[in-house]
Design a protein around this ligand. Structure first.
Ligand code: ZN
Length: 284
């Protein structure tokens, strides 16, 4: 979609609504979001019923943009401001919505970004407590506060991949540091390492259970701090801006940065809008 075309979406709710509706059904006919049945009945007020599973729905049922209470026009605006990296506070003022509404809508958008990643199942599985029945979808939750996930950063040919490293916890990084001299550095609650296996670095967002004091006064910086790593140069200053980052929300931020970096040459607004129109993944 051309930039100009996207700009016209911000002119009037009807424009945005028509466009979002067509994105939802990929320009085709509505089908049942529950059983995917193609035969549906049209009810009043743009609602539908599936004769097969009796589910009653509307165009946005079970989709991300149905989480958070914004209108299509507001979502279009939010995508624009999100692309400009506005904070929730700036967003609430510009859009004249409450801070909570802006914050929740941004979380929904971040979840939609996370859910399109190839490894999203690891974040949005049963433990993540994604529940379609609630209006607000909470971010991923891990089993205990000590369970701090570790992500591997790998950049090749200008594309970055942020993987959940299986079997590793925040504590393991400190263990590797002490016993195998893996270089570690700290940035607030974040801890990141030197190269490890195929990864350029590993990164984790810990809580107070991690022995950060061990790193006090250490001088040897991980190689990723050399200034020559494209993603890290891009992500470092942004991660510093996220105040009050928690282990639970960290996957949302790091996967958002992966998305932003890999789309850094594009207008991401139409991509964001398209992601919002996708169905929230169901639990399996
Ligand atoms: Zn159905």
């Amino acid at each position: 979609m051309a930039e100009q075309d996207f700009d016209t979406l911000t002119q009037g709710e009807q424009n945005a609504s028509d466009h979002v509706r067509s994105l939802c059904w990929d320009g085709g006919r509505p089908f049942c979001p529950k059983c995917r049945g193609a035969k549906i009945y049209h009810l009043s007020e743009q609602r539908y019923r599936c004769p097969h599973c009796t589910y009653t729905f509307h165009d946005f049922s079970r989709r991300w943009l149905n989480v958070g209470g914004l209108s299509p026009g507001q979502w279009v605006m939010l995508c624009g401001h999100f692309a400009e990296e506005l904070t929730a506070n700036q967003m609430s003022q510009t859009m004249e919505i409450s801070y909570n509404t802006a914050y929740k809508a941004m979380t929904t958008l971040r979840l939609a970004i996370l859910s399109q990643a190839l490894d999203s199942r690891q974040f949005l599985g049963r433990d993540a407590e994604i529940d379609l029945g609630v209006e607000y979808v909470p971010p991923p939750r891990y089993k205990s506060a000590i369970n701090v996930p570790v992500f591997g950063i790998l950049e090749r040919l200008g594309l970055v991949f942020i993987d959940l490293v299986p079997g590793l916890q925040g504590e393991t990084l400190f263990h590797f540091h002490i016993n195998f001299h893996l270089r570690l550095a700290r940035m607030g609650k974040l801890v990141y390492s030197d190269r490890y296996k195929q990864y350029d670095a590993m990164i984790a967002c810990g809580d107070n259970s991690l022995p950060y004091h061990i790193l006090h006064g250490r001088k040897e910086a991980p190689s990723i701090d050399s200034g020559r790593h494209g993603f890290w140069s891009y992500a470092r200053k942004r991660l510093q801006r996220y105040s009050g980052i928690t282990p639970r929300r960290f996957p949302l931020y790091i996967k958002e940065l992966e998305f932003r970096y890999n789309h850094r040459q594009e207008d991401i607004r139409p991509v964001l809008l398209e992601l919002l129109c996708r169905f929230v993944p169901t639990l399996t």
